[in-house]
Design a protein around this ligand. Structure first.
Ligand code: FES
Length: 105
């Protein structure tokens, strides 16, 4: 079974091929926001693929549109609910800018 490592926690999970990254995380107590419930209608499940990016299918137009709204976009950004796991992957969950706002002042 493919292994997915979630950063920054370093949590490693084994998932059945065909599982999407959001389910892989949530089923293993790794928190990824998912305001629309995995329906490609928000950008809160944004993740950065450090390994295994090439294994993912082409992005749909809907995913591209939603991803445009995400904070901290990179060249290997995807929406976790739209990514099907077929191989070992390393996936970074980016900090949200709003995470920073609460603490400091
Ligand atoms: S959970 Fe909303 S797009 Fe993935």
């Amino acid at each position: 079974m493919p292994k997915v490592t979630f950063l920054p926690s370093g949590t490693e999970v084994e998932v059945s091929e065909g599982t999407n990254l959001l389910d892989a995380a949530l089923d293993n107590n790794v928190q990824i926001d998912h305001n629309c419930g995995g329906n490609c209608a928000c950008s809160t499940c944004h993740v950065i693929i450090d390994k295994g990016f090439e294994s993912l299918g082409k992005m749909s137009e809907d995913e591209e549109d939603m991803l445009d709204e995400a904070e901290n976009l990179t060249e290997t950004s995807r929406l976790a609910c739209q990514c099907v796991v077929t191989t070992d992957m390393i996936v970074k969950i980016p900090p949200k800018d709003s995470d920073w706002e609460d603490d400091t002042f």
